[in-house]
Structure formats: C-alpha cells, structure tokens
Design a protein. Structure first.
Length: 393
C-alpha cells in the first residue's frame, strides 16, 4: 500500500468535501484496498458515530489537539476599547502558537505513517493540504491537492498565515485538482500560479445513490441545508420567507433550516424576531437522506457557485425541485429543466417558491428531472476513473 487520502479538519466540521471523500474511500474499499484514509480524530469520531466507514483496517487516525477558535472582540465602549484590543491580540498570538505546535505534531505523526506504510502518493483535502504540502519536500512524494474555493478567497501570501491559507499548497502541489472548470480558469488567471499542465479539473461529482432516493409520500417541506456561512446566503433566504410567510401557513408548508456556521445565532434571532412560525432551525444533521427524501423543494442560493454542491446533489437525487442562484457554473447541475434559477434577490426567491408551491405538477416534474440528471451524469464510476488517472499524470 503506497497511496493515501489525507482528510484533515481539526475542528471536526462536516461539509460537502468531507462527505465526498469519505464516500469515495468507502466505495474504493468495497472492492479493493489500494488507499489509506488518514483522518484527524475529531472528524473520525463524528463519522464513526454514524457508522460511515466500511473498512477500518485502512483508516489511520491522527490524534491532534483541537485548535482554539480565533477571537472576535466587540468594542462596547471607548473606555474598554484599548483593553479589549490588547486581549484580542494576546489571544491571537496564543492561538498562533497553538497552531504551530499542532502542525509540528501533525508532521511528526505523518512522518511515521509515511515511512511505516511506504506511502509515495497523497491526495489531500482542505487542511490536509494546507498543512501537508511540506511532506512532498521532505519525502519527495507525489502530492495532489483538491481545490474547491470558487471565490479564491484564501490565497494570502503572508508567511504569517502559511498554516491557514491555501496559497502555499497551491504553489507547491504536483497537481491542483480543481472542482470545476471555472475554478481552474480563475486560478490560471493568477500569474503566480503554475502552468496549465499542473492544473486538472474534476469532471463530475457523485453521492451514494443507494441512500438518496425519494420517499413514496412527500411532505410540504422546503429545506435549506448547508454550512451556515455568509457565502451560502441563509439570511437572504429568510428575508424571502418573510415576504410569503402567510401563504406558507395557508398552504401548510414548513421551512426547515439545517446546518451550523457563523450565521447560526443570527438565523435563530431572525426567526424569533420576525415570528416565523412556519420556519424551524433544526441544527446540524447527519444522514440528510431521511429529510431530503421527504421534502419537496430545496434551496441552494450560494454567492459564487452551486456546482457541484453535495447537499444540492443529494436533494436532486431525492427528487426535490430546486431553487438555485444563477451564479458561476450552477447551470452545469441545475437548469430550468430541474428547477428555478434566480438572482440573489429576496423578492425573486420568494416568487420562485410561490411558483412551485402553487403548481404541484410542475414541482413533481422538476423533481423527477433533477433525480434523472444526477443519477445519469454524476456517477461514481466516472469519478473514480478520473481519480485514478491523477496518479498517472
């Protein structure tokens, strides 16, 4: 065994990327054993509790210390401003030191793993790449990094941020595996990045279709499921719900918001202050298939791109009609045949919801088309052929 998928998220958060590569590892292990999965313990614990893994013999768990969150102080008065600023700077410094200690611990443990298992190829995701590209220099191994940030927001060259930003791994990886063509072209426009030969493009994504399919009895549910961060626009969605809340009550529709992130508290406050009794915040969920199989409408209004969102694909596989922002490469996944494409405007989003909940036949047709599209075009077999090809580039 000489290959590994390196999936590190020290905060134990689960999103589309984590699910994609956990599913990939599971599927590979179902018919052959040519990859290890190297994963930090906090992320492993979350997945293990859900019985996600198929082959624990090929999982290597890194016991890493949790990284403290960055402090974000709020100045409440001029009198306390200076004191608060000093405290914030002190906390930032402490967290930087903790981060470096955790990174050194990571490198020591990865050194043992690479030597013991004779690993010569690493495919890295998120923090696994940001921390792990140095291993390429130390051991002269092939290092591939999965890049999926449509906003190219984490490209600071500041050496002080080398353990938190993606610039350094992109600069040093043997291959940058871009999640979409637009991400690849945007990266190539940055003149400090490598030649086209170093950039590859993932042709499709996939999910476990054996778990995601529509239930026999759909319910009047509209679902917003995502990391609840500003780029996903959960508060914009709630603004649109306010405009049609009375109609939702009249037609007995319920809106469910699932996930967690920096906007969580703001979402809860918004629901309470606007008395949205037809809206429920249900927190982070695992096994979204049970929810999406019953829902009728799925909302994906990301700021930069909805392609190829894992939760969006899961909703499509469960025959949800889709309302999606018409941004980036969204149309590679959702067109007018599978949903309603909208501008990032609360009025337009609310009108799209009304259009669907008042026309059950159209809603069902779009949902059926959505399932047909992902199950035909986004298959594991197609993705795996590409994934293995990266080893030969």
């Amino acid at each position: 065994m000489d290959k590994a998928i390196l999936l590190i998220n020290a905060k134990g958060n689960i999103g589309g990327a984590e699910n994609r590569y956990i599913n990939l590892f599971n599927r590979i292990c179902s018919f052959k054993n040519d990859y290890y999965l190297i994963i930090n313990h906090s992320l492993f614990d979350v997945y293990n509790a859900q019985n996600f893994f198929l082959n624990k013999r090929h999982i290597i768990i890194l016991e890493l210390k949790n990284i403290a969150k960055k402090p974000f102080g709020i100045y409440r008065s001029e009198k306390t401003k200076k004191k608060t600023l000093l405290r914030k700077l002190a906390l930032i410094t402490i967290n930087k030191v903790k981060l470096i200690i955790t990174w050194i611990d990571f490198l020591i443990k990865m050194r043992r793993i690479i030597k013991h298992e004779k690993i010569r190829y690493i495919y890295a995701i998120w923090q696994g790449g940001i921390w792990g590209w140095v291993l390429k220099k130390i051991f002269d191994i092939k290092f591939v990094y999965s890049y999926m940030d449509a906003s190219l927001a984490s490209l600071s060259r500041n050496p002080m941020n080398f353990l938190e930003k993606e610039y350094w791994v992109l600069k040093n990886a043997d291959i940058i595996d871009c999640l979409s063509p637009k991400i690849a072209s945007d990266l190539q426009d940055k003149n400090f990045f490598p030649s086209k030969q170093k950039i590859s493009v993932t042709p499709n994504s996939f999910i476990d279709y054996s778990r995601y399919y529509p239930s026999d009895e759909k319910e009047n549910l509209i679902v917003f499921l995502s990391r609840l961060n500003p780029s996903k626009n959960p508060l914009l969605f709630l603004e649109s719900v306010v405009l049609i809340h009375e109609l939702l009550k009249e037609l007995n529709y319920t809106v469910l918001i699932a996930g967690k992130g920096s906007e969580t508290i703001s979402i809860q406050d918004f629901i309470e202050s606007h008395q949205l009794i037809r809206v429920e915040y249900i927190g982070e969920i695992f096994g979204s298939n049970q929810l999406l199989s019953r829902s009728k409408i799925f909302i994906s209004i990301q700021r930069d791109n909805n392609y190829p969102s894992q939760s969006l694909m899961e909703a499509m596989a469960c025959a949800n009609a889709i309302i999606a922002s018409d941004v980036g490469e969204t149309r590679k996944l959702v067109t007018e045949n599978e949903g309603v494409l909208v501008l990032l405007d609360p009025v337009e989003i609310s009108e799209a919801i009304v259009k669907l909940i008042k026309n059950e036949d159209e809603l069902k047709k779009l949902g059926c088309n959505a399932r047909a599209k992902v199950t035909k075009e986004h298959t594991f077999e197609k993705y795996l052929e590409y994934f293995y090809s990266l080893e030969r580039i």
